[in-house]
Write a protein that binds this ligand. Structure first.
Ligand code: GDP
Length: 434
């Protein structure tokens, strides 16, 4: 998907616009316990265009001075985006900070669309003329608080989307990525898998926005490893910031079939791990949890079990993900990883026969009566699998409002008991049918 980044000095309304553009989408996602939502990167849609959007204002550079901070945010945008929306504030006119941002954007070859925010009514439109001076052509008047002008702005932005944003690996190739905070051992694990001490730092020329892709074959199966760790070694200042590495991980997740969530067995689980894992889940990718550095852990016969329980407690939403304990350093159990990836991928692509699915659903209902609300009972007519990657089931019911989250969860568990979806999330959608 093409990427739009919003840049601009603080207080021009970047977050308001970001929320406007992605808002409805985000709010329909039900709250899943344990997932910390980070609102700097989200999917958006305009007419028939799907895209991802970054609010660079949400990327905190720590205690960097103001000008350095916006400069770095602009750099993130230039590196990551296909189109940049440069936001300014129509009530304050062109400021020196705007000019500062403009200078950085001139140097990039990325298309820039200039937006003048806080133009809340037509009388204020005259205020946009000053902004021509920034040198980015016609300024687009918008109002974040009133939701005005966004259509025209997104029309313009979408004109600059690249024609072909996908990659051309065949369907039979399994694409996987390793995500996790710095130093959990992602690069080491890639090296261990590749079976050679090879530090993957060399980037393919010109593809700054993509992670390093390494094709790889084993036992007749082709893989592409989407490596984010290699990118980090390009050594820009902002790459040390936590949110930036999250952004990097998100891009990799999106292109993957299977995501390996890598944890540090020695250090244990921290909040940042949960955030990263949450994104893998929300993206609907197959997931394998990898506990690395297991060699460095002092253990007895209970240690693994206890660590596993800790993972299950912290990552409840990933209850379908298998866990592999290994050591990239000693290579112990690294050979179990690919079979696990294959399995997760198979689950992600699994289609179940409609008749068997319906038997499972009807048995489930017989065992545990459907919920009622205000004297109305949920009635389930039938279910059908409508998609894979992840497997998605539509359940036709008398009134979708009567479907309770916990009952949906119950049905999911019954489906999982009947079919092997190890490593893959599954989605259940209730539809009212009269
Ligand atoms: P990345 O930032 O996630 O790519 O992590 P690296 O692969 O660069 O590894 C970070 C550090 O952890 C390095 O010093 C590695 O040598 C060390 N490391 C990686 N895997 C293991 C492991 O399995 N066991 C131990 N003891 N150390 C490891």
């Amino acid at each position: 998907k093409p990427v739009i980044a919003i840049v601009g000095r603080p207080n021009v309304g970047k977050s308001t616009i970001f929320n406007r553009i992605v808002g409805e989408r985000v709010s329909i996602v039900e709250d899943i316990p344990g997932i910390t939502r980070d609102r700097i990167y989200s999917a958006g849609e305009w007419l028939n265009h799907e895209f991802n959007i970054i609010d660079t204002g949400g990327i905190e550079i720590g205690d960097a001075p103001f000008l350095i901070e916006i400069r770095q945010q602009a750099e993130v945008a230039i590196d990551e985006a296909d189109v940049i929306i440069f936001m300014t504030n129509g009530r304050e006119g062109v400021t020196s900070a705007d000019e500062e941002v403009a200078k950085i954007l001139y140097k990039s070859k990325k298309p820039v669309v200039l937006a003048v925010n806080k133009i809340d009514n037509p009388e204020m439109r005259e205020q946009i003329w000053d902004f021509y001076a920034l040198g980015f052509g016609e300024p687009f008047p918008i109002s974040g608080s009133h939701g005005l002008g966004l259509g025209d702005l997104l029309d313009e932005a979408s004109k600059h989307f690249p024609k072909d944003a996908g990659d051309n690996y065949g369907d039979e190739v399994i694409k996987f990525s390793l995500i996790g905070r710095p130093n959990v051992g992602k690069s080491s694990l890639v090296n261990a898998l590749l079976g050679q001490e090879r530090v993957i730092v060399s980037n393919v020329a010109g593809t700054t926005r993509d992670a390093v892709d390494t094709p790889y074959s084993k036992d007749g199966q082709d893989y592409v490893i989407i490596d984010t760790a290699g990118m980090r070694k390009r050594g820009k200042v902002y790459e040390s910031t936590e949110k930036y590495s999250v952004l990097r991980a998100l891009r990799a997740i999106e292109r993957s079939d299977v995501v390996l969530v890598v944890l540090d067995g020695e250090e244990g689980i921290i909040e940042q791990d949960k955030k990263i894992a949450g994104y893998a889940h929300e993206a609907g990718r197959a997931v394998v949890i990898v506990v690395n550095k297991w060699d460095a852990v002092k253990k007895d016969e209970k240690t693994m079990k206890e660590f596993e329980e800790k993972i299950r407690a912290h990552f409840q939403f990933l209850d379908y993900a298998p866990i592999v304990f290994l050591s990239a350093k000693t290579r112990k159990r690294t050979q179990t990883l690919l079979p696990m990836i294959n399995k997760a991928c198979e689950s992600h692509n699994l289609r179940v026969p409609t008749n068997v699915l319906n038997e499972v659903i009807m048995d489930a209902i017989a065992m545990n009566p459907t919920p009622t609300h205000n004297g109305q009972r949920l009635r389930v007519y039938y279910a059908t699998q409508v998609a894979v990657k992840p497997p998605t089931f539509v359940v036709f019911v008398n009134d979708a409002e009567l479907m309770h989250f916990s009952y949906e969860r119950f049905l999911e568990n019954r489906i999982r008991e009947a079919f092997d979806f190890t490593g893959s999330p599954i989605k259940i959608i209730s539809r009212t049918r009269n």
